[in-house]
Design a protein around this ligand. Sequence first.
Ligand code: AMP
Ligand code: MG
Length: 491
Amino acid sequence: MSDSINFDNSYLELPGRFYSKLAPTPVAGPGPIRVNRALAEQLDLDAAWLSSEQGTEMLAGNRLPDGAEPIATVYAGHQFGGWVPQLGDGRAILLGEVIGRDGQRYDIQLKGSGPTPYSRGGDGRAPLGPVLREYIVSEAMSALGIPTTRSLAAVTSGEPVYRQAAEPGAVLTRVARSHIRIGTFQYFLARQDIEALRLLVDYVVRRHYPAAAEAEIPAQEMLDAVVTGQARLMAQWQLVGFIHGVMNTDNMLLSGETIDYGPCAFMDHFDPSTVFSSIDRQGRYAYGNQPGTAHWNLARLAQTLLPVMHADEEQALVMAQESLDAFPDRFQQAYRDGMARKLGLNSLQADHDELVSEWLELMARESTDFTLAFRRLADLALPGPGPDVAGLFEFSEAFSPWLERWRQCIEADPQSLAERRGRMYEANPVFIPRNHLVAGAIDAAVSEGDFEPFHRLVDRLEQPHDYDPQQEDFARPPRKDEIVTTTFCGT
Ligand code: AMP
Ligand code: MG
């Protein structure tokens, strides 16, 4: 049993104006909810100790492990397009960094750990519901192969948190490749602190893009790599129907991981204008707007790099513009590659464009379940009745001409039928964190203290591609009375 974590902290090597040193504020009565054993192992942490009473106290912020040098980091950001000159970790504390078994550096952060100098009047706490949502959805994203921050553990605080009403409080332990956001760069540009920007570029290059250090202008190379990472990430979000909900510049990481699971949700029936977030009244961050928003956010990042890239502003602008302009093509390429896999094709040729656009139009017109429609196609890749989700999902008659065309396309595409179906199953999950399931799991925990639905859902979502007819309830779309139309940020 160990009370120490093998921390190897590097962010503290940056000057004091990047963070505030402070410890989490203890809570009244820490209680265990879940420890992510597989992740603990990857990080070389003792899962048994994390699950113990002492471990639970540590995860609640009541006990600092040896070697922790806790800090809250500062940043700024554009929230729904409006500039906020100072944000920062208002309810999160970075305990420190560890090196995982993969040799990568990871931040270990407590979220909901009490007020900090960046709380701006907030209580620094997190209600149980949003903590469970973040745990479920971030781990589901990881199982889907999408870059994301992870959830190492969730604990209850034994204290109420006051929002619209009193709710039980909780603390999430979040793990990330780093927590450096576009907003971290914006904070220093807004203060014309060019030295800090240089240090931050050096740091990000060393930590995430070491190859860029060899480039003539590392900042340009870093920007280019971040653009590529975000283009791919957006393609992955679109291909599974994930809607982030709060794509502010302070919620976009330089590492290319998805972060901040506030009012996020997965789309059930396909509709590009889908919005769930109760705070996104204009639909700024609707499903169909996500790639464009990422591009806009990257332009904010590029602005902060101009003074670092070149002494001559014109020259710097040309460099930054070149990387930014590559975003749409890189997104399209990643999206098309992914769509080809989802449709069972080796690659999308120009003459497949209509096939894709008609498929999406049909789904939108028929309000078709996005996830199950692709899964059903995989069944139909072999002649005869499909063995998979046939009982859960049948296409309407409106799809017949399209299905005929699709069959012709796959027949012309060189793959064996069995191989194609196997690949399509891999590209098309059947279990996603459907909103009504997430809401149900949260509701049981918050109103009845019953965490079983939460555990079952997290377990099920670990294998998103392996359909099990015994677990149909995790795969089926919501019935009318189960549809969740809004999600709350819960801050
Ligand atoms: P978010 O919407 O979660 O990205 O948070 C935006 C900003 O508000 C960040 O600086 C958070 O740290 C801060 N914040 C959110 N909730 C709280 C809270 N309950 N107490 C203090 N700060 C908060
Ligand atoms: Mg945030």
